[in-house]
Ligand binder design. Sequence first.
Ligand code: LER
Ligand code: MN
Length: 272
Amino acid sequence: MRSAITVSLVPEAKAGPFVFHNGLADGCAQAAALGYDAVEIFPPSAAALDATLLTGLLTQHRLRVAAVGTGAGWVVRKLSLTSPDAAVRREARAFIAEIVDFAGRFGAPAIIGSMQGRWEGAVTREQALAWLAEALTELGARASGHGTTLLYEPLNRYETNLFNRVGDTAAWLRAQKITHVRILADLFHMNIEEADSAAALREAGDLVGHVHFADSNRRAIGLGQTHVAPIMAALRAIGYAGYLSAEIFPLPDAAAAAKQTITAFRQHTAAR
Ligand code: LER
Ligand code: MN
């Protein structure tokens, strides 16, 4: 498994669960100084990212891109893949497609979290899931064209009513025969929704494509009450070799959260 840490470039997400908020150069420098393998980027849009600048920083600091988030499409522009408005759904897909293409150049997957939206009002759950399946199929194929996959993230009940649990998500992806899409298992959301996070990860098996490495209170692993050992045992059992990425609050401050995460990462991934 490899380590990653979040860098947000979105001013509107200042209070969000991201560790670094002071630009890509600062985020990459701090991540590299602590020995992280990669950064996970939360950009305002694909157009706001400079591929040349990013390539330079990655080379300089020997870092990779773990993933690129699309949530700003929701946070800033209120786009959603399941909006009742067809034009909004189209824009949402276009917004994500550009991020899929940008991330793909770096061999990284894009993440669909908040952009999934929710079913409500005139939109039935069945209709919303049909739109979601369509979007995941189309965007997954696009990611596959770059030799990567698309990440779909079940969220806790306060953020979506589409999928809240990892096992349900895996069963649905399999039933729909959606390929090129992997599940982002966020340990914070799982702490709220799962009866047994380790069992849920085993159920999803090879569909687990990325992990948000967060404690129960969305602080760095070790600063909350999650029992990490059974979760790590499950990840090893399913042969998970992807990132453990710190999508957490910068508490007590960014530097301390980053240090605590890499310490916990090393402790939990040490050879046994
Ligand atoms: C995104 O990765 C996520 O976990 C959501 O809760 C948005 O904050
Ligand atoms: Mn997450």
